[in-house]
Write a protein of this length. Structure first.
Length: 232
């Protein structure tokens, strides 16, 4: 992958753009996410996550945040309070725990972002009690952490690393399809949960795809475009 500007960092403005792009991506994907959740869950994941993304954007438009710590906590609170079911608290836990890694910071590097994603993933694992392979959003979050760590090891630029991360999370979400769910409502179906891609893992992919698109000069050559052909 092409190495790009290593000085590009994640800022408060970038995160604001990230959340707006996430709202757009989830809005576009809401019918597909709902259909996936209807097959193995309550059928409301798409609607719930879209409502949460809208609440985040509205809140960020309403309040001024001085740094990433305050911004992530604002995002966490908006998601937790507006998204029904387990998804709101889980996404809220991701951003809440991520905020602990960026006290008073106005911008972060790739290494900081990798630590941030890892802390967020651990927050979701702790709250949801899910492990890798349980057919949940943890599968996607884990893939994001591994990809970002690998990009750090190879001294990749932030835009290039995020493009690779988005591609890795897409593969992880798709890889949940043959799995048998061991956590969440889908686990009640047992073997019947195999054959459907997990909706939470899919929306988590869209979270990282949106982040990659929020950072300028990203190389998207290895990422499926966000169109109707993007597998959900």
């Amino acid at each position: 992958m092409t190495r790009l500007n290593p000085k590009v960092k994640l800022t408060v403005a970038t995160v604001g753009a990230w959340m707006r792009l996430f709202e757009s991506e989830i809005g576009r994907a809401e019918p597909e996410l709902t259909e996936l959740d209807r097959a193995i869950g309550d059928g409301d994941h798409g609607v719930n996550i879209y409502r949460g993304a809208q609440a985040v954007v509205a809140k960020l438009d309403e309040v001024a945040v001085p740094n990433l710590f305050a911004q992530f906590r604002t995002i966490s609170a908006a998601l937790t309070s507006s998204v029904g079911g387990a998804s709101g608290p889980l996404y809220g836990a991701f951003f809440l725990q991520a905020s602990q890694t960026v006290p008073q910071k106005a911008e972060v590097s790739l290494a900081d972002l990798a630590a941030l994603a890892e802390a967020g993933c651990q927050g979701v694992v702790k709250l949801g009690k899910a492990d890798l392979g349980d057919k949940t959003m943890v599968d996607t979050l884990h893939a994001a952490v591994v990809s970002l760590r690998d990009s750090c090891h190879h001294h990749q630029s932030l835009p290039g690393a995020l493009a690779a991360c988005a591609a890795a999370t897409l593969r992880a979400a798709e890889a949940t399809k043959p799995l048998v769910a061991r956590k969440g409502r889908a686990s009640y179906l047992g073997e019947r949960s195999a054959g459907t891609q997990d909706p939470g893992a899919t929306s988590a992919h869209l979270l990282f795809l949106s982040l990659a698109r929020a950072v300028p000069a990203s190389d998207f050559s290895s990422i499926s475009p966000s169109t109707e052909s993007d597998p959900l």
